[in-house]
Design a protein around this ligand. Structure first.
Ligand SMILES: [Zn+2]
Length: 525
């Protein structure tokens, strides 16, 4: 049974629903700002309550037409409900970087986000609109030109309404929106469309051809006397924060194994961005922090291309979503484990290293401490810090339970890295190095923030302070003239960042090129 509804009624019903029910974070923020303590505040609230639905009404008058009108509303509702959930619970900001993350999210990651509170949020907010869409038959004017005329008049009336509402409280509107520029960015789903547009524009600007870098690269003088094959294993961590590593001063013992391995742990390292898709390319890019953007990095070759050019076999093994394009010109394999922990990266490693015939750089991309389902990231024997938060609804867990769970993921990474070092120790016929660095940090409820992805300029330290751990075999240290004791004293407290990685690896492996900057090389030989 369908109920015939006039299009004006239909459009205004959805305009009010979008404005008042699908924009909870926007109203939440407004009520935080104005506190309702004066007549001016009440006037501002009244203005906003008129302006927001009127804006939606103008949009619907422009786009809701026969045949596809219902589909547009359906799509907008779906996007709005999905984005407000993340904005409300995780304080996620919708911007071009977030759109990049969403577009790079794979099935496993998306599945992780489904939980009871998401289901409740989703079903409550979509019930009324979806029932309305199903049971209503929108009645349009039979004559197309008359329909257009009626809509133009309606749009003009909406504009007049916005003008009047602005007049009620224009001084307050100007002041509030100047001081809280993020406020309009909270209006969903418009923020999603705006950010998608920005993302597409940025992608469009990326040059299709990749600019070569370090074409002059060659192996340096030390290689003349190197007698063994060399293997560098780079482990790229996921969402690991430096201050939860006991190697870096965390009071809880989260590195019981690594601390026995004579590793060098850098304590003051910062990521170039706060999300995987934006930060991962920065680890391998030659760009400095000042010049860096993921788009710029995608336009030119990176460290892996340079190492391949000077004769290294470069192999990227991924237990995360992907290399985000970093490994697109070298061998790349995704081994994503359905159990969603990093054991898979150790599988076959022993034999691989034992049978190595070429100088090799192996990159292992961890799932590490990927949230929000931290409890899924480690096997049960690493459930050491308890009680844990066994849910992806981390915002509902007690803070200490959440931290226990997160710390278990660090404990498991401690095990994975130690196992890799042990494989290297068993192969003294090679010069070996293990280097571990995280893509970004992670918020665990500090300032009401969870996960990561806060815009870099305002990102809290938890999201950008990352671990960088180095293990060097005695063979390597001898053949490449590295003084481990000196490094332990000189670099562990040096402030550095992703931008140092490119130069440090080139320096450590004695690769000569004009792109190499000695002052950016943490080993600085
Ligand atoms: Zn990440």
């Amino acid at each position: 049974m369908k109920i015939s509804v006039n299009r004006h009624l239909f459009i205004w019903f959805f305009s009010l629903y979008f404005a008042y029910f699908l924009n909870i974070p926007f109203w939440h923020q407004i009520l935080d700002i104005i506190k309702l303590s004066s007549v001016a505040d009440l006037a501002y609230l009244l203005s906003a309550s008129i302006i927001l639905p009127s804006i939606f009404a103008i949009l619907f008058y422009l786009f809701v037409f026969p045949y596809f009108g219902k589909f547009i509303i359906f799509l907008m509702t779906f996007i709005a409900v999905f984005s407000t959930y993340h904005m409300h619970y995780f304080k996620v900001e919708i911007n071009a970087d977030m759109i990049r993350n969403v577009l790079h999210t794979d099935f496993h990651e998306a599945f992780d986000l489904l939980n009871v509170s998401f289901f409740l949020w989703f079903s409550t907010l979509v019930l009324l609109p979806f029932l309305s869409l199903y049971f209503c038959k929108i009645h349009y004017h039979a004559h197309f030109l008359k329909e257009i005329k009626s809509r133009l008049i309606s749009i003009l009336l909406c504009i007049a309404l916005i003008g009047c509402a602005f007049g009620i409280s224009y001084k307050n509107i100007i002041v509030i929106h100047r001081n809280h520029r993020n406020l309009t960015g909270l209006v969903t789903p418009l923020n999603c469309f705006y950010s998608l547009g920005k993302y597409i524009r940025k992608q469009h600007l990326i040059k299709k051809t990749i600019t070569p870098i370090a074409e002059d690269a060659s192996r340096g003088a030390l290689w003349k006397t190197v007698s063994k094959k060399t293997l560098l294993i780079i482990v790229v961590g996921e969402a690991a924060r430096s201050d939860h590593f006991s190697l870096n001063g965390y009071l809880r013992e989260t590195n019981p194994l690594l601390k026995t391995k004579n590793v060098i742990s850098l304590k003051e390292v910062f990521s170039c961005d706060t999300s995987t898709a934006a930060a991962l390319p920065g680890i391998f890019s030659k760009l400095s922090q000042r010049d860096y953007s993921p788009e710029k990095a995608a336009e030119e070759e990176n460290l892996l291309d340079v190492l391949q050019r000077v004769g290294f076999l470069v192999y990227w093994k991924d237990n995360n979503s992907s290399s985000k394009g970093v490994a697109s010109r070298v061998r790349e394999e995704n081994v994503r484990d359905l159990n969603q922990n990093d054991d898979i990266l150790l599988k076959g490693l022993d034999e691989y290293v034992k049978s190595l015939k070429e100088d090799t750089v192996l990159i292992l991309h961890q799932l590490g401490s990927h949230g929000p389902s931290y409890y899924k990231r480690y096997p049960s024997e690493f459930n050491i810090f308890t009680p844990t938060c066994n849910s992806s609804e981390i915002q509902s867990c007690q803070k200490d339970h959440l931290i226990n769970t997160y710390d278990n993921t660090i404990l498991y990474t401690d095990y994975i890295l130690t196992k890799i070092i042990e494989v290297l120790e068993k192969n003294p016929q090679l010069n070996t190095v293990m280097m571990y660095i995280s893509d970004h940090g992670q918020s665990l409820g500090e300032y009401g923030l969870y996960l990561h992805g806060t815009p870099y300029v305002v990102a809290p330290k938890e999201q950008i302070h990352i671990p960088w751990i180095i293990w060097l075999s005695d063979n390597f240290a001898k053949e490449f003239h590295v003084n481990k004791e000196h490094l332990l004293k000189s670099i562990t407290t040096r402030k550095c960042a992703h931008e140092n990685f490119f130069h440090s690896v080139l320096g450590l492996l004695n690769i000569d090129t004009e792109e190499y900057k000695k002052d950016m090389d943490i080993f600085g030989k």
